[in-house]
Design a protein around this ligand. Structure first.
Ligand code: WQD
Length: 337
C-alpha cells in the first residue's frame, strides 16, 4: 500500500519508514526538519535500498499538503509530525497548539478533500495523566494532563473521535506510545533531537559521551521500587513494527480505536542507568535533584490489546535498547553530530 508518513525524519518516523518499506509498502514522506536532520532521509534509503518519495514540507502549509495528495495516491497516513518536548511546551504553548493541533487540522482537511480516510495517529501514554492503578489499559480515564504537549495529544485524540462520529467511513487508530528508546541495529538511525534533550535517554548518552558531567535524577522519593520514576521503555524498532501491524488493521475495517504500544514492564531511573552502564562498560555519575514538575511516579502499559488486535508484542528488552542506543551514538559522534 501507499503510506504517507508525516514527520518521517524524526526518531520514530524514520524507523517506521524502514519497517514499512521492508514490509513491502510504498512510502511517501514529509518533514520540516524542525526537530530532525536532513541526512536521515538518505539513511532510510541506504538501509532499505529504495528511494523514498520525500517532500520538505510543513503540515500547516495546506498548499504543500494538497500537492502531496494530488501527486500521490495515498491509502493510509501515519501522522508523527509534531513538537514533543514537555519542558519546551510549557515555555511556548502557543507554538505547540498552533503546530500540533492546527497542523493536524490542516492535514485532516487535506485528507478529506482528497478522499483519504485512514489515519494512524502518534499519541502518547501522557493522555492518561496520573493513572489510578497499573498497568494502564486503554479504557482508563483520560485527562489530568500536566503540560501543553500532552494536552495537544489529548485534543487531537478528541478531534479524531469527533471526526469518526461525524463520518463513520473513517478508519482511525490512536497509538499510545510509552517511552520510546533505542535505535536501529545498524546504528544509522537513532534519537538525535535538536537542542537540549528533554528525555532521559539522550541525556544519559550526553553523560556517556562527555557532553554532561552527570545525569540529574529528578527525585528519589516516589512511591516506586527504589524511589525513582518508573517508566515502560519500549525499543523504537518494536514500536515501528507495531505501526506496520496497525496499518494492516486500519485497512481492513472502519472505526476509531486506541491501542497501547508498550512492553508492560516498568523500569526505574536507577535500573535504566545500570542498564546503560552494562551496555557501555562505563560508570554513569548521577546527582539526586528535586522532582521535575509534572512527573508521575510510575507508568507502564497493559499491552494485551495490541496483541489481540494486531498480533503484535514487543520483542526487545532493556539491554537491547541500551546497547542499540549506545552503539548508534558511537557512530553519530564519529560523524561529528
Ligand atoms: C523518564 C523518567 C523522569 C530526565 C515524556 C512524554 C511522553 C513521551 C516520552 C515523547 C522520569 C526521569 C528524566 C532526566 C530524570 N513523549 N528523568 N532525569 O517524562 O516519562 O515522558 O517523554 O517522546 O509522552 O511525556 O520521559 O525521558 O523525560 O523521563 O530523572 O534528566 O526519567 O523523572 O521518571 P517522560 P522522560
Amino acid at each position: 500500500m501507499n503510506i504517507l508518513v508525516t514527520g518521517a525524519a524524526g526518531f520514530i518516523g524514520s524507523h517506521t519508514c524502514v519497517s514499512l518499506i521492508e514490509a513491502g509498502h510504498t512510502v511517501v514522506a514529509f518533514d520540516n526538519f524542525y526537530n530532525s536532520k536532513k541526512n536521515v532521509i538518505s539513511k532510510i534509503g541506504k538501509l532499505t535500498g529504495s528511494s523514498l518519495r520525500f517532500y520538505e514540507a510543513d503540515m500547516t502549509d495546506t498548499a504543500s499538503l494538497d500537492k502531496i495528495f494530488m501527486e500521490n495516491k495515498i491509502d493510509c497516513v501515519i501522522h508523527f509530525a509534531g513538537y514533543k518536548a514537555v519542558g519546551e511546551s510549557v515555555r511556548i504553548p502557543l507554538s505547540y497548539y498552533y503546530n500540533n493541533v492546527y497542523g493536524t487540522l490542516c492535514l485532516l482537511e487535506s485528507m478529506k478533500k482528497h478522499g483519504v480516510k485512514r489515519i494512524i495517529f502518534s499519541s502518547s501514554a501522557t493522555v492518561y495523566g496520573k493513572p489510578a492503578s497499573l498497568p494502564i489499559k486503554e479504557d482508563f480515564p483520560l485527562g489530568g494532563v500536566t503540560n501543553p504537549y500532552g494536552r495537544t495529544k489529548l485534543m487531537i485524540e478528541d478531534i479524531l473521535r469527533d471526526l469518526w462520529i461525524s463520518d463513520n467511513s473513517w478508519s482511525i487508530i490512536l497509538l499510545r506510545y510509552f517511552n520510546p528508546v533505542g535505535a536501529h541495529e545498524s546504528g544509522l538511525l537513532c534519537e538525535d533531537p535538536n537542542g537540549i534533550p528533554n528525555n532521559i535517554t539522550p541525556r544519559i548518552l550526553d553523560v556517556l559521551f562527555g557532553k554532561e558531567q552527570y545525569i540529574t535524577v529528578f527525585g528519589d522519593d516516589y512511591d516506586t521500587k527504589d524511589g525513582t520514576g518508573v517508566r515502560d521503555y519500549i525499543h523504537v524498532c518494536d514500536l515501528a513494527e507495531g505501526h506496520v501491524k496497525a496499518v494492516d488493521y486500519a485497512c481492513t475495517r472502519n472505526g476509531v480505536c486506541a491501542v497501547n504500544l508498550g512492553t508492560g514492564v516498568g523500569y526505574s531511573v536507577f535500573e535504566l542507568i545500570k542498564a546503560f552502564e552494562a551496555a557501555s562498560g562505563k560508570e554513569i555519575p548521577y546527582k539526586i535533584c528535586p522532582r521535575r514538575a509534572g512527573d508521575i511516579d510510575a507508568c507502564y502499559a497493559d499491552p494485551s490489546k495490541a496483541l489481540e488486535l494486531f498480533g503484535w508484542k514487543a520483542e526487545r528488552g532493556i539491554s537491547d535498547m541500551c546497547r542499540d542506543a549506545y552503539n548508534a551514538r558511537v557512530i553519530l559522534e564519529r560523524e561529528g553530530r
